[in-house]
Design a protein around this ligand. Structure first.
Ligand code: FAD
Length: 125
């Protein structure tokens, strides 16, 4: 069988969620607007309420209380996210990730994420 059967495991949902969050942080503007800063903060708080694993969500609420979201710039948001991901890693016995490597780990390739503009370029060329 090609497709994996449901249900998803806690690990799969966790990996997918961290992938989305770190990718959002990697693409976050260097100089975000007030709305973008608010959105980043809201996103993290919504996840702490709706995350589909109750013990994870409850723990993450405490993590956010102790470490308020910092989204003043791309670098600040991705370093903050790396830090809180490490708080979760530590609490479940996973290795600590070196945050100086966060930009390299979560760099988004032009080909992968910017296909529409490549297409527009090809069409208009
Ligand atoms: P993940 O932790 O999913 O990480 C994915 C990849 O991100 C790694 O392979 C690595 O390349 C990279 N990475 C790792 N650490 C960092 C970092 N600090 N910064 C940047 N990149 C990094 N599971 C529980 O069992 N209990 C919980 O309480 C719990 N709480 C969670 C709370 C949230 C908000 C989320 C999103 C997930 C939570 N999980 C929890 C799931 C858990 O964090 C993992 O996602 C899951 O165990 C799978 O782990 P993994 O080894 O595949 O790597």
């Amino acid at each position: 069988k090609d497709a994996k059967e449901a249900p998803l495991t806690k690990e799969e949902v966790g990996r997918a969620t961290w992938m989305l969050l770190h990718t959002i942080a990697a693409q976050f503007p260097d100089e975000p607007t007030r709305q973008q800063k608010r959105d980043a903060k809201e996103l993290m708080h919504i996840i702490s309420r709706l995350y589909p694993c109750k013990e994870c969500a409850d723990h993450f609420k405490e993590v956010l209380k102790a470490n308020p979201v910092q989204a003043g710039s791309q670098a600040e948001f991705s370093q903050w996210l790396c830090y809180v991901h490490n708080v979760v890693n530590r609490s479940i016995g996973k290795p600590i990730f070196p945050c100086q490597r966060v930009a390299a780990r979560w760099a988004v390739g032009d080909q992968e994420m910017k296909r529409p503009s490549v297409l527009i370029f090809l069409i208009s060329a």
